[in-house]
Design a protein around this ligand. Sequence first.
Ligand code: PLP
Length: 495
Amino acid sequence: MHYVSTRNDTFTCSASEAIIKGLAPDGGLLAPEVFPRLPHNGLETMRDMSYQQRAVYIMNLFLEGFTVAELTRFTREAYGSDHFDHPSIAPLVPLGDGVFCLELWHGPTCAFKDMALQMLPYLLTASLTKNRENKTALILVATSGDTGKAALEGFRDVPRTNILVFYPQNGVSAIQELQMVTQMGKNVAVCAVEGNFDDAQSGVKRIFSSATLREKLTEQGFFLSSANSINWGRLLPQIVYYISAYCDLLREGKISAGNKINVCVPTGNFGNILSAYYAKRMGLPIDRLICASNENNVLTDFIQTGIYDRNRPFHNTISPSMDILVSSNLERLLFALARGRAPEVRAYMESLAETGRYQVRPELFKEIETQFCGGYCNDKNTRLVIRQVWESARYLIDPHTAVAFNVLARYRAETGDRTPTVVVSTASPFKFCDSVLEALGEQNITKGVEVIDQLSQHTGIPAPAPLAALKNSTVRFKGSIAKEDMAEAVLKSLL
Ligand SMILES: *Cc1c(COP(=O)(O)O)cnc(C)c1O
């Protein structure tokens, strides 16, 4: 099976090339040429498998050129008990009323990014070998929080890779910063940039397009690579947990074979919910895909009108990982819905680049309307939901997950649709202690890492071990650099 560019489907490459490249040469994203169907007894077969075995079964359908033995090793290591603190890896918690919460934050950095970033290094290093690339991959990441730490933890001490993460000096939470600057590993570097997230991101883009820097890196045996969410190696591992959740529902007798479910996903860059759509295209019985946004509700409007318009104010919210106005992975949905009509997708993307806006064809909009449903939630209601869910079910959720719960509640009230629903939980509440404590009504919120203990005492829930350990960890990366000096920092990191 080959991968094609969403903007030019005459460009094709293999799975391993797609993982190395990240982007197509024309700026498009790489997408599967066809969707493999789940074998007709596939869900039955996977019902009694472990998460790791299910991951092998599903990824194997997409990765021509990789052996089952390889994938078995990757999944055993990526989803081992030394990295995940729950034996089910992605446990499904029943909350009554046909609502099930899929907890995707049991990995080393306590956010759902671990589900993919624990696997990506294995896929990438194997792809390098398959393509006889003998230079070392230098992975550059600009992060607004969760991605940086998850990428550092995934690539730590992985042979033939180096990773350098840039974060905005005053643009991440105290806990997120501490998670990054205390990162262990011989091949990692972390650098605070004096500026905001856009400065860090533009800096990385400039580095990628600098021919002189590339030349210098090549001389020293390196090439640039990226770990951001448009890489196919990050989307593929995410398809697994939707199928796995369905298998768990079957195994627990919550649904019967063939029954449809809905999924509700807190969405930013559209990667997570796109993986659910891909699972549906493979034959997983999903009915509605409910796309939950915060006040940056560009996707809600798109799903309701067929018009994507980023010309609107940007809001800083208490669910910061969803503060996004251009959801890059939406391009792959358009490509899949347009049944591979790449020129159409290219025209939408050109319009987005030129005017910040595009409107999809009526036929395409109709498909979006029948399969998706969009809603959004402001900070006040996000806090309210955290409190309600805690008081009614003694179940603690983070602000991103709370956005999804709010949107689902309103969807159910408006439509009367009672289909069993998987709500995706994307972060541990202990990653966002301040907002969660505030939602629970705490008046005096502690500054610094001690806030983790405070949330733990307030709720009686122990903090995840990696976050609890932050108190005693040593800062390795200090100081900051001007945004003009990022290229220099790249070269220095190699010494
Ligand atoms: C990244 C992130 C999201 C958004 O996921 P997308 O795949 O970008 O839609 C939601 N919640 C948390 C906690 C995240 O880290």
